[in-house]
Design a protein. Sequence first.
Length: 533
Amino acid sequence: MGIIMETVKIYDTTLRDGMQAEGVSFSLGDKLLIARRLDEFGVDYIEGGFPLSNPKEAEFFEEIRRVEMKNAKVAAFGSTRRTNTKVGDDAGLGALLDCQTPVVTLVGKSWDLHVTSVLNCSLDDNLTICSESVKYMKSKAKEVIFDAEHFFDGYKENPRYAMKVIAAAAEAGADIIVLCETNGGVLPGEVYDITQKACAELGGARIGIHAHNDCDCAAANSLSAVTAGVRHVQGTINGLGERAGNANLCTIIPSLVIKMGFDVASRNRLKSLTELSRYVFEIANLAPVMNMPYVGESAFAHKGGFHIDGLRKEKRTYEHIKPELVGNRRRLLISELSGSSNVLAKLENKNLLKDKAFARKILKKVQELENEGYQFEAAEASFDILVAKLMGTYEPSFDLDKYHVNVERNTAGELVTEATVKLKVDGKSEHVVAEGDGPVNALDKALRRSLEGFYPNIKDMHLIDYKVRVVNARAGTAARVRVIIESQDAESIWGTVGVSENIIDASWEALVDSVEYKLLKDAGKNTSGSRPG
């Protein structure tokens, strides 16, 4: 017989807590898209929002009823009844019932400070409010999750009362009692100790954890709580949330499965975790966090030659898991810190011969270029083109005659930017003029229009990011600038770099590399500089 693993249920609150993050606002369509993706991934619960907060939230619950959920239960979030109303007359509880979700999540006060200073009622009255609210929802055949708000802070100041609150909710029939670390200021050791005592107090009740990240401990606190006995974890994708964010499910889920051996519903879909993380970042219109554990682009990126030499001999020397387990990939960064091992490993990834002399030649060129201001860490496509040039296998897709950029302000005070590109492909000339929102946009349009007749697949790609950095600021206006461009098609994302004293010329260099890489990639030439899109 195999080992029977204990199960931990995952409760996702990206659609409510996550949307409280500064700069994040999901449309109704966004919320439905994320809900579908979360269900496909295999979370157990999806918290849809607070229906009383705005009409969009209520509309979400109407729309989600038409979506067939394969794995997840949808939960509506609200608070216990108000102090001066009966449960049957409370607008908040009524709104939760109107959502027609199988699960309702009720947040109740467990810190005496909040009871007396925010609710302005007695401690006994709050116990009655929590108990009656849970009983009312259970009478309506709902699965009830009780979020004990500020439980850990409340326990530290008045442990007896905090325990009374969760006991009252449990006795009223709550299916899950969630201990909330709402202010994010409690450390893992405290969470473990207090959670153990709560588990002992409630006996066989199902207990959960909801942590915030104000001390950068939300994931650690969640895992500590699981070690102490909880089997229900709440959090958000990418740790999105108010202030410093919520517990990051992209860290917690693989840690539970890979490190701690728990059975999580999404354990068989871990390979899609990185994709899910980037999907939510994209919908939220946020740049992905590069160094996020497990799913960040830098999570398995190696730069030091000593490290890469060890990796080539044994992957476990500098990686705690195989990146493929979470859908990520190993990246070997090329820079002035590189040793020949970096380049050899890079060539190994490209299925090229292990030629140490050639590796040293590449390394020398990289170091020369980085001394001039180039940087290949974020421009692996440019590195691939550099290798092809040094191998003598690179054939340019076109020959430039000239380009010209003109910026004028018209009589209406509007800026008009125009770029002209003249080039040859197989001896045929193309002369194209394009207007753009700025010099780089105009150049990009003119270059691609020049080539589309010869290479129709150019239409599939577009520029998604553009960064400029001065690399020798002491030179003032004569300083060199480095331009990093990220481009994307339906299959992948790649980065290219250009350096010049002229920002337009640096941009042109990066644009050309981007187009050349796209054509090489589509032609099936050996490339390693792109990552899944």
